[in-house]
Design a protein around this ligand. Structure first.
Ligand SMILES: Nc1ncnc2c1ncn2[C@@H]1O[C@H](COP(=O)(O)OP(=O)(O)OP(=O)(O)O)[C@@H](O)[C@H]1O
Ligand SMILES: [Mg+2]
Length: 458
């Protein structure tokens, strides 16, 4: 599995990690306390029992003398209950008890000792550990009273192992839990940022994913979606207003044009004729603007997609170049053609032709060498990354980085182009047509000049 390191940087993971450390420390403390208590308590208990027994035996010794003690020790040694006894004379020879010989540590007057000793079990001899109290009696006699502590040791070991596993498992589950939590969180954040990018790329109809759990991310996504609804509404309103104006004013304008034309035909006064002539030109200009606005609205509405047919982009580019070559050559310029044959897309032929016309028109207007004023235009079609691509480039002044997004908006014209005719709708229509064909358009620096690449996704 490839571990996504991004997960480790999320706030969820950090929180989970902190929680895990606190949890591990407190679990460790509780288990440690239990361990320590159990071990210490058991030892205390053993010591107490041994101590009581030693006291009892000492009492017997005082009352019944050596022989009484000897008897009791013999008696008790027979019971196989983990008790350990040894009674020796002054040379250390065993007189009674179930221990073979005096343990090494049993020197001095009296005290606690722990020592290994062998016992016989069903499976043969075994080594155990004993804890005992030894004391010296009058006449060099020695008494050792103890208990087998192998079980106690075993219990301590079990508790230690449990402690280790508990901490280990807590860590493993904690870390994987934190990892899963953060990955889930990260996936949702990622999908929100991916959606934002799509929206920023111009698809305002996209919405943030809402999972329905109503957690804080859901609430964030919901608010963002409400905001987007509002923005989209406003944008739609603006576009609608401009196309409504275009639509409503087109009819009276056309009527006016007809009347001006009629007046021109009958007009006799020279001044009047001139005035009518320029009015006619202005009217044509207005009509062209309104038509462009309406075409953009239509392209953006996406209805034309129903009438898509296979279009040979290469042929279309060749036709365009035939149309424009004479114009470019007239101006001493050059129209370069690089066409990979039969690059096909599904589309609206007329809108695609309009798209090319607008781009070539721009190159003619702004794609001239700043000194010689000669236009150089290159038209290209090719399959790039397995996608039908159209590239139109020139060697003019180009468009600065910061303006490349903006120039595709309606009515945006850059300051330096104010002298050329136009009203800033050409690239808006190009953008609309590209969107209609689900393509991607990038404006790039042609060093010098502008290079417009359109990649179609059909
Ligand atoms: N090839 C180009 N080189 C340099 N600048 C360009 C080029 N194409 C467009 N621009 C800049 O982008 C602006 C917008 O272009 P657009 O085609 O939308 O409008 P226009 O050409 O000014 O008017 P219209 O196309 O409506 O006649 C232009 O005014 C110009 O400043
Ligand atoms: Mg233009």
């Amino acid at each position: 599995m490839r571990i996504n390191l991004k997960v480790l940087k999320t706030s969820t993971f950090r929180l989970a990690a902190i929680y895990l450390v606190v949890f591990a420390v407190s679990t460790g403390a509780v288990l440690g306390y239990v361990y320590w208590n159990t071990v210490v308590l058991l030892q205390q208990q053993t010591d107490d029992t041994i101590g009581a027994e030693v006291q009892g035996l000492a009492e017997q010794y005082r009352q019944r003398g050596l022989s009484g003690l000897l008897e009791i020790v013999k008696e008790r040694s027979k019971e196989n209950n983990g008790s350990i006894y040894l009674f020796t004379n002054f040379v250390g020879r065993r007189l009674a008890g179930n221990l073979d010989g005096l343990p090494v540590g049993a020197v001095g007057k009296e005290g606690w000792i722990e020592f290994p000793y062998g016992i016989q079990t069903k499976n043969g001899p075994d080594k155990h550990i004993a804890r005992a109290y030894h004391l010296q009696l009058a006449g060099g006699f020695k008494l050792v009273v103890g208990r087998d502590v192998a079980e106690r040791r075993e219990l301590a070991r079990v508790i230690r192992t449990a402690l280790f596993w508990a901490l280990g498992l807590a860590a493993v589950f904690g870390v994987s839990g934190a990892f899963l939590l953060s990955r889930n969180f990260l996936a949702r954040i990622d999908s929100i940022s991916a959606t934002s990018r799509t929206i920023m790329a111009g698809d305002l109809s996209e919405r943030m994913p809402v999972t329905g759990t109503n957690d804080e991310l859901d609430r964030l996504a919901t608010s963002l979606n409400e905001m987007l609804d509002q923005i989209e509404g406003l944008m739609m309103g603006m576009k609608e207003v401009s196309s409504n104006i275009a639509h409503d004013l087109r009819t009276p304008l056309t009527r006016m044009r007809t009347r001006v034309e009629a007046a021109l035909r009958t007009g006799k006064d020279k001044d009047q004729t001139e005035a009518l002539q320029s009015t006619l030109e202005e009217t044509d200009q207005l009509l062209a603007t309104f038509n462009a606005l309406l075409s953009i609205a239509k392209a953006e509405a996406g209805q034309a997609r129903a009438g898509f047919v296979p279009v040979n982009l290469s042929e279309l580019v060749e036709e365009m170049s035939e149309l424009y070559e004479p114009i470019v050559e007239d101006e001493g310029g050059m129209l370069e053609l690089k066409v990979e044959p039969d690059v096909m897309i599904a589309g609206d032929r007329q809108l695609l032709a309009q798209l090319m016309t607008n781009l070539i028109d721009n190159s003619l207007k702004y794609g001239r060498d700043p000194e010689s004023n000669i236009p150089t235009i290159s038209l290209q079609t090719a399959m790039i990354d397995e996608k039908p691509t159209l590239i139109i480039a020139d060697k003019g002044v180009g468009i600065a980085d910061k303006d490349r997004e903006r120039v595709t908006e309606r009515f945006v014209r850059l300051e330096e182009s104010r002298s050329a005719p136009g009203n800033g709708l050409g690239l808006s229509l190009v953008k609309g047509v590209v969107k209609l064909h689900k393509g991607e358009m990038v404006l790039q620096d042609n060093k010098p000049g502008l290079k417009v690449s359109i990649k179609f996704n059909t």
